[in-house]
Ligand binder design. Structure first.
Ligand code: ADP
Ligand code: ASP
Ligand code: MG
Length: 409
């Protein structure tokens, strides 16, 4: 009998009917002789509702209590799904993060899983029970409830699949796989049958929220195959796996976008060694993640340094840099939070020239101004005015003819 790990996201458990439908899916697997471990998210909208509740109580919610609050969403779903399974005559047992236990570090709101003890789950499976596990939550070494960051139930599922040595981890969601672009933005987007971990990492890291990036990192590290599929009409979905297992290498796999990027520019900085460190040091000390960095060629012995961060970090970054500007005798620091980042991703880029040219030409033809460009081996990203975000994604999807076939450029 094989252990299978399945994760059902918010929409898939968004109502009593949806939870009953999941229970029928799971009961079917039990009938076929499998031992399912089912990871669930909070019912759709619930985590957002809890965040708003906290905000209506205080302007500065403490990280510890925020995690205590947010973890309740998943606790509701594990109990409801267990009831639904029991009503079908399937024996089931729910597990919160600490009951597994899923041990994490103490970084509230973005905790990392450090250890999973599978003894209790295995004991439940051995007595013929389905294990229903709360996603997104863990327990710190000092017994505090932690959460793994938004979308973190994906990571719970992958980590459990690794710990239980499952053959594959199945992520059931509200789309039937990973698409060449967000199907809510590009109607003609097509499903990608197979994609490499590396491409999925870049897609998740640049806006495709269908998989949480940490879950993909985990899967890649332990070579756990992931399958993303619809809980509404399960089909073969998308397999995320090693590059060797993806025979057909397309030029471009997908187009992604992120809203809510901000840009900080320090102008007129005297051009001397150490300025990048003086400016970016305090930013990283404040745990603000910097994405793209550009330093202009110096004219008249001064230079401009521009970098991008999350929108919510803009004001803290400007506050941190005000004294630095004075110390460096720079001209000024300015921020702009009206940006979107658009990325084109594909392992085939390694062996094809001219991708950037196609990208820039297509954007130029629509009159979309590119502000910053950055490239990696398998990704080209640009920042643009956020107002053009969806137009840019659709334009590039079309320019690379991704509507014709998911996996070929
Ligand atoms: P869940 O609640 O099941 O975890 P999410 O809302 O986190 O689901 O992720 C699924 C959503 O991801 C889809 O509804 C889709 O709009 C969005 N998405 C963004 N980019 C992509 C993509 N490239 N392929 C598929 N879905 C995508
Ligand atoms: N419920 C959490 C969230 O909304 C975790 C998850 O759904 O994966 O982010
Ligand atoms: Mg998700």
């Amino acid at each position: 009998m094989s252990v299978i790990v399945e994760k059902y996201g918010g929409t898939s458990v968004g109502s009593i009917e949806r939870i009953q439908s999941v229970s029928r899916n799971v009961a079917e697997k039990v009938k076929l002789g499998n031992k399912p471990v089912v990871v669930v998210s909070a019912m759709s909208g619930e985590t957002n509702r809890l965040v708003e509740l906290a905000k209506s109580m205080t302007t500065r919610p403490s990280a510890r209590e925020m995690d205590t609050l947010l973890s309740t969403g998943e606790q509701v779903t594990i109990a409801l799904l267990s009831f639904a399974l029991q009503d079908l005559g399937v024996s089931a047992q729910s597990f919160t993060g600490f009951q597994v236990p899923i041990v994490t570090d103490s970084a509230h709101g973005r905790a990392r899983i450090t250890k999973i003890d599978v003894e209790a789950i295995n004991a439940a499976l051995e007595t013929g029970k389905v294990a229903v596990v709360a996603g997104f939550q863990g327990i710190s070494p000092t017994n505090k409830i932690t959460t793994l960051g938004r979308g973190g139930s994906d990571t719970t599922a992958v980590a459990l699949a690794v710990a239980l040595k499952a053959d594959e981890c199945r992520i059931y969601t509200d789309v039937d796989g990973v698409y060449t672009a967000d199907p809510r933005v590009v109607e003609e987007a097509t499903r990608i049958p197979k994609i490499t971990y590396e491409e999925m990492l870049e897609m998740s890291g640049s806006g495709a929220k269908v998989m949480q990036i940490r879950a993909v990192e985990f899967a890649s590290k332990y070579e756990m195959p992931l399958r993303v599929l619809s809980s509404f009409e399960p089909d073969e979905g998308t397999l995320i796996t090693k590059e060797e297992d993806v025979m057909e290498q397309p030029m471009i796999s997908g187009i992604t976008s992120i809203d809510g990027e901000a840009k900080v520019t320090v102008r007129g900085v005297p051009d001397r060694p150490g300025i990048a460190y003086s400016i970016l040091g305090p930013i990283s000390d404040a745990h603000i993640n910097v994405d793209m960095i550009v330093q202009n060629v110096s004219t008249d012995d001064t230079t401009d340094l521009t970098f991008t961060i999350n929108q919510e970090d803009l004001q803290p970054a400007l506050d941190l840099l005000a004294p630095v500007v004075r110390e460096l005798d720079a001209e000024t620091v300015v921020g702009d939070s009206n940006l979107a980042k658009i990325s084109v991703i594909g392992v085939g880029m390694r062996s094809h020239a001219g991708i950037a040219t196609t990208m820039f030409k297509a954007l130029a033809e629509k009159g979309i101004n590119i502000q910053i460009i950055s490239t990696s081996e398998i990704k080209i990203s640009v920042t643009i005015d956020r107002e053009y975000r969806e137009l840019a994604v659709r334009t590039l999807h079309n320019a690379f003819r991704l509507e014709e076939r998911g996996r070929k450029g």
